[in-house]
Design a protein around this ligand. Structure first.
Ligand code: HEM
Ligand code: HEM
Length: 455
């Protein structure tokens, strides 16, 4: 580790990994309710389990991004983090907020209270006081990293990462605006949900991938930066108006059907470019980096993001198709592979890369880590196929034949069993990953230092 303040990232990654475990276990529980519908229905209803599953996902991904920023910004700017104390305070606020949201929902507290009560809009369900906490934490973060970047060397990687993180924080402010009109509510809700994952998060993804490529392949920085600019331009050009893909049926004017269809189709381009970028860099690279697991996750990330977001997104984004598939299991298939490919794998890639450095170890447990990649990725891929088949049948029976929703659900039982099975593989893969990065194996052996035992 070149800079002492990079150590902050370790705390962020540790909390992120704990929440990752909770997230996938929550998914498994939700998957079990699909095959055994009354399971826990009194104690922990499905809507709460689902909320815990999706929100712990978002929170741990954000913690991973923050950790990644604290890890890579000192190296890029060639400076220590402006204040490590502030960085720990930010983490503390986020942990308290997360626990607050969980307790409020699990114990069903403060119903209807303006400040303390549940908010109930998917992904931004946190009570208002938690939202305020998130904004304070985001401000601390932005101040801290911006000061570091301003004082230090400026690179395309750190600038684009900062741009993405600023956008992420500013867009979250829309969560405070909750108009009574349902169409308007949805319109602004997508400003957060869509402009995050198909806008500013793509900038974060591109910059972290670029950093990993730079370190793992040894390709010249100029080459990496050129790709980065093209990817970012394509992401913003397509992603902003691509929001229209969610405006087809919410009461907005019908021109959105064309704007949404055209621009969201173009969103495939940045994901394709990221995949091409990763493979070209590895192909051109001269470095044989020992951290093979980080490289595998980086390539896996770019590939699965292209399929999950690009291909599975395009599958249902034209309004003529979406008219039939909207809100079916096709959406869930896409949501899973897109999130897993783009943002889960990205975090696992940077964690695989950073952990040995942060803990002053040689890249260890490569085999276990790589096995966890294959287990998790094939589990998610299988789950995506299963849900896609379920969604196709659902679309036909429900939307074309006009059968009742619950009757159709009964007919999909076999698929839900298979989804549960693939979920078990994903959970085992996730626990294996955490074990592989958290439990040290081999110390770095200094030349001539016989006192450090090797395993
Ligand atoms: C890292 C892996 C995972 C990611 C990124 C992820 C992501 C998501 C997302 C984004 C949603 C909301 C989908 C939507 O609104 O369309 C969701 C819902 C759900 N997930 Fe996961 N999930 C993961 C793992 C799992 C696992 C292992 C299972 C276990 C079977 C699972 C089961 C479910 C279920 C049952 C729902 C609710 C679907 C519904 O309401 O119909 N997930 N997940
Ligand atoms: C990494 C990037 C992406 C992520 C994480 C992601 C995730 C999601 C999630 C979770 C949903 C369900 C939201 C809800 O209704 O609650 C969704 C919906 C949707 N996504 Fe994506 N997505 C990504 C990229 C894309 C791209 C590039 C496209 C188009 C090419 C796309 C097309 C769609 C469409 C059309 C819907 C609406 C589905 C419906 O009508 O039910 N997505 N996405």
């Amino acid at each position: 580790m070149k800079y002492q303040s990079q150590k902050v990232a370790l705390a962020y990654f540790a909390v992120a990994m704990a929440l990752f475990a909770i997230q996938v276990l929550g998914g498994l529980l939700a998957g079990w309710v699909y095959v055994s519908p009354n399971f826990l229905s009194e104690l922990l209803p499905f809507n709460i389990i689902r909320m815990l599953h999706t929100n712990s996902l978002i929170v741990w991904l954000l913690l991973g991004f923050f950790g990644a920023a604290y890890f890579l910004i000192p190296e890029e700017t060639e400076r220590e983090i402006h204040s490590t104390k502030l960085a720990y305070l930010q983490l503390l606020i986020l942990v308290v907020g997360t626990l607050g949201a969980v307790v409020t929902y699990v114990f069903d507290l403060f119903e209807g209270n303006f400040l303390l009560g549940k908010e109930g809009r998917e992904f931004i369900e946190q009570p208002k006081w938690v939202k305020v906490g998130i904004v304070v934490a985001a401000l601390i973060f932005l101040y801290n990293v911006s000061m570091t970047v301003l004082k230090g060397k400026k690179t395309a990687i750190s600038n684009i990462l900062l741009l993405g993180l600023w956008g992420l924080a500013l867009l979250f402010l829309f969560s405070f605006y909750n108009p009574h009109n349902l169409s308007l509510d949805k319109q602004y809700w997508w400003y957060i949900v869509h402009l995050w994952v198909e806008g500013v998060w793509e900038l974060i993804m591109a910059s972290i991938l670029a950093y990993l490529m730079l370190k793992l392949t040894g390709v010249d920085r100029e080459v990496v930066e050129k790709w980065l600019y093209v990817i970012v331009a394509a992401a913003l050009f397509s992603g902003i108006l691509g929001t229209g893909q969610h405006y087809y049926w919410i009461g907005t004017p019908s021109y959105w059907q064309w704007i949404g269809s055209i621009f969201s189709s173009l969103e495939v381009i940045p994901f394709f470019a990221m995949m091409a970028f990763a493979f070209v860099m590895v192909w051109k690279g001269r470095r044989d980096h020992p951290n093979k697991a980080a490289l595998l996750w980086s390539l896996g990330c770019a590939t699965l993001a292209f399929f999950g977001a690009g291909v599975w997104g395009f599958l249902h984004t034209l309004h003529g198709v979406n008219y039939y598939t909207h809100g079916t299991q096709i959406t869930a298939a896409h949501g899973h592979l897109a999130f897993f490919g783009a943002y889960v794998s990205l975090n696992l890639a940077i964690i695989s890369y950073a952990m040995p450095i942060l803990r002053n170890r040689d890249p260890y447990n490569q085999v276990l880590n790589m096995a966890s990649f294959w287990l998790m990725s094939s589990g998610m891929a299988f789950m995506t196929f299963v849900l896609t088949f379920a969604g196709t049948i659902q679309t036909h029976l429900q939307r074309v034949n006009g059968d009742y929703f619950m009757d159709v659900q009964d007919q999909l039982e076999l698929f839900y069993w298979m989804r549960f099975g693939s979920g078990v593989a994903v959970v085992i893969g996730a626990l294996l990953f955490i074990y592989a990065v958290a439990v040290p194996r081999r110390e770095i052996i200094e030349a001539g230092d016989a006192s450090v035992p090797a395993e």
